[in-house]
Design a protein around this ligand. Sequence first.
Ligand SMILES: Nc1ncnc2c1ncn2[C@@H]1O[C@H](COP(=O)(O)OP(=O)(O)O)[C@@H](O)[C@H]1O
Ligand SMILES: CC(=O)N[C@@H](CCC(=O)OP(=O)(O)O)C(=O)O
Length: 297
Amino acid sequence: MDAHSTNGEQQAALLAEALPFMQAYENKTVVVKYGGHAMGNAALGKTFARDIALLKQSGINPIVVHGGGPQIGAMLSKMGIESHFEHGLRVTDQRTVEIVEMVLAGSINKEIVALINAEGEWAIGLCGKDGNMVFAEKAKKTVIDPDSHIERVLDLGFVGEPVEVDRTLLDLLARSEMIPVLAPVAPGRDGHTYNINADTFAGAIAGALQASRLLFLTDVPGVLDKSGTLIRELSVAEAKTLIRDGTVTGGMIPKVETCIQALDRGVEGVVILNGKTRHAVLLELLTEHGAGTLIVP
Ligand SMILES: Nc1ncnc2c1ncn2[C@@H]1O[C@H](COP(=O)(O)OP(=O)(O)O)[C@@H](O)[C@H]1O
Ligand SMILES: CC(=O)N[C@@H](CCC(=O)OP(=O)(O)O)C(=O)O
């Protein structure tokens, strides 16, 4: 057997390996949160889009929720506005929320839609406002100061928490050729527009749809311990401890908190993984080679 056919056989074997996974996920919903830090590399963007296209073609119902924190930060700084975060959430005044909506629901959303469409699929870009999909309320966040142990209420301005998810439009799209690509912006019943952390938004969508899987694509291999080693499996109790003792900080806080909530709401499996690995989504869902941190009840 020559080297070429051996290679071909290996590729065919890999494809065949995907069959039981495809069968297990048939007609199931998989929510993929595509973080702003995982974006920005054209080749990786293409492989991400191809993975999503392949899921849809395999009879799976993929829903993309994207972030764009670094991209919002860059736009704000161009306009002379400094970014300020508390507990991993952007403090958002009126001017900021307008820019957040423009960057998330505008440029980034349409870039991802275009990438998926370039793979021959029909992606449709939406935010919480479309089809009354998500309504938000002003976030009521309290944090316990790790040094003083005193509880503090955060005023984050127009940062929202999803409080209502109407699945009508998403159900309709699941039965169609369309792949929803969602920006984490939503209206409030008070008439304001709210900036929602993309992890939180993805968790609310996955919970409302009782998704089989919720994947968080980020720029690190998963949740790391104090020495920087990947934690492969994390229970809810352990995850809470890691937030409390300051091992999990910044943008990883909303991710881990969302994982906990999503499991509570009936999502079957939640994984935080490196979106900078080529074909991270396919590796996680359709092969034995999944990596990252699996959060378990
Ligand atoms: N314990 C931890 N393990 C891994 N990453 C952590 C941890 N604590 C904080 N982080 C930070 O969280 C970041 C991922 O969150 P974030 O910046 O919001 O990314 P994304 O844009 O993918 O949502 C990592 O790049 C890392 O700097
Ligand atoms: C309230 C809040 O923090 N909203 C986020 C929304 C974008 C986001 O979450 O993007 P990543 O997933 O890339 O971090 C922000 O303004 O940056």
